[in-house]
Design a protein around this ligand. Structure first.
Ligand code: EPU
Length: 444
């Protein structure tokens, strides 16, 4: 793996970015749809797939299990599970991709068995999998641990429908059990489900291919199991709301006129609402968002945020929003309710000149505005990595962002799209390194 870094020459508070930026397909939407290949008897075609590292890792994992993976166009991928028979998730790849856990449901439902490693710890928090293991047991499976892997076996070779109440709303657990329910015997009722657009998008697509799912977009879903589905039409990946949100925040901070294209503003209502109440002028259309003007003469106002399941404020946009709040007048509170490690990056913002007090791992207070100075930073995860890029763009002087691989996991060639709107950013190789098996960091 080539180690690379970004070098950014900051704007030092000037608002000179302008033009158009296009949003790619959503990472967290495409990964579960890729996992759904095990529910299909024929070829699954995915359009608008983002060209990111996580999609490459998921493709490798699927290929390792016998799925054929093909490329039909620049962002068009094809998958077929016709020849797949291996219900074992490769440990090395799975540990690098937290989303690999989504495969457990469809693989177990298809083959009556799945084995997988614990996805491991992660810089953003503990990431437990208890909801998965408890849910599989409710569907009649036996869970054991062997040689560092979970081995889950459906009694009689087939999962049976069950009623599962999730004690916390979980995106990937909801997706996993929707897919498990599609091939299970009888009815599966899921309560307290996540309703993120990535979840409802997966369910809608499966319904369009013959799955029987009721209650999509509500807190209770009912899935009636049946046979393998037929991929009658291609799946088109929904726009990445998290990427669009980052561009919107960058526009508010550093542009007088920025058009964010190919996005769905209806997935970002809370972010738009809060930025507007801070004083950002935003225009929205069906598939675009425009950031306009200099902002109020007295500067942007403080707003407080609390991360929450959809349609609340996304934890994945908390880091760039925190960067925004360093530039507004007054005191803003950030309450990160989903992951306990997701405010640690604020220590680096302090080194750049931000005035941030951490009360506990879930809460910080930001006093602004404070100008930021360029620094050398190490992105701890995908989302904080891009927040550092935004901080580097608005700071005075040069910033170096290490660990670009994290950013590449979730954002397709981000520097090219940033350069096109006027950002002075370069990707620079550091050195060639060899990654030992299992040593690569885990992702979302
Ligand atoms: N949780 C449990 N037990 C479980 C599973 C989750 O207690 O078995 C808890 C988590 O610890 C957390 C809460 O449930 O406190 C919600 O986490 P969730 O399970 O929804 O997270 P996830 O499904 O693992 C997805 C995204 C994340 C995103 C979160 C929250 C994918 C592939 N990942 O993760 O995306 O932050 O939902 O919206 O969809 C990212 O893209 O950078 C990223 C981390």
């Amino acid at each position: 793996m080539a180690k690379e870094k970004f070098i950014i020459n900051g704007l030092g508070g000037e608002k000179t970015l302008k033009g158009e930026v296009s949003v790619r397909g959503s990472k967290n939407a495409v990964l579960p749809v890729m996992a759904s290949v095990f529910l299909f008897k024929d070829t699954l075609t995915i359009k608008n797939a983002p060209l990111i590292e996580d999609v490459a890792r998921m493709s490798e994992l699927l290929e390792d299990m016998g799925v054929s993976v093909g490329k039909k166009g620049e962002r068009v991928l094809e998958f077929s599970s016709k020849k797949a028979s291996d219900p074992e998730l490769d440990s090395v790849i799975s540990k690098r991709l937290r989303a690999s856990v989504i495969l457990t449901g469809p693989v177990l439902a298809r083959f009556g068995k799945v084995s997988f490693p614990h996805p491991g710890g992660c810089v953003i928090g503990a990431r437990p999998i208890d909801l998965f293991l408890e849910g599989f047991k409710k569907m009649g499976a036996n869970v054991s641990e062997r040689e560092g892997k979970y081995v889950v076996t459906a009694t009689g070779g087939k999962l049976v429908g069950a009623e599962i109440f999730f004690k916390v709303q979980s995106v990937t657990a909801t997706e996993t059990f929707i897919m498990a329910g599609v091939l299970a015997k009888g009815k599966t009722v899921l309560k307290n489900v996540a309703i993120e657009p990535e979840v409802t998008g997966l369910a809608d697509y499966l319904v369009s291919c013959g799955a029987k799912i009721k209650g999509i977009g509500t807190s209770t879903m009912e899935i009636t199991g049946g046979g393998l589905l037929s991929a009658k039409k291609p799946y088109t990946t929904i726009p990445d709301r998290l990427e669009a949100g980052c561009f919107l925040i960058l526009g508010a901070l550093a542009a007088k006129d920025l058009l964010i294209k190919n996005c769905d503003p209806s997935h970002l209502e809370i972010v738009i609402e809060l930025l507007r109440s801070s004083g950002v002028e935003i225009e929205t259309g069906k598939n675009f968002i425009k950031v306009k003007g200099d902002g109020p003469s007295e500067g942007f106002k403080a707003v407080s945020i609390k991360t929450h399941e959809y349609p609340g404020f996304p934890t994945d946009i908390q880091a760039p929003m925190t960067v925004f709040l360093t530039q507004v007048g007054g005191e803003s509170l950030v309450f990160e309710t989903i992951f306990e490690g997701r405010l640690n990056f604020t220590q680096d913002l302090v080194k750049m000149g931000a005035n941030i007090t951490m009360f506990d791992p879930h809460r910080v207070m930001i006093k602004g505005p404070t100008p930021l100075k360029g620094k050398e930073l190490e992105g701890p995860d995908i989302r904080a990595g891009l927040a550092f890029v935004i901080a580097g763009i608005i700071a005075k002087g040069e910033s170096v962002i290490n660990n670009v691989y994290y950013i590449d996991r979730g954002y397709e060639k981000i520097e090219e799209r940033l350069q096109a709107i006027g950002v002075d950013i370069r990707r620079v190789p550091v050195e060639e390194i060899v990654v030992a098996p299992g040593a690569a960091p885990e992702t979302a």
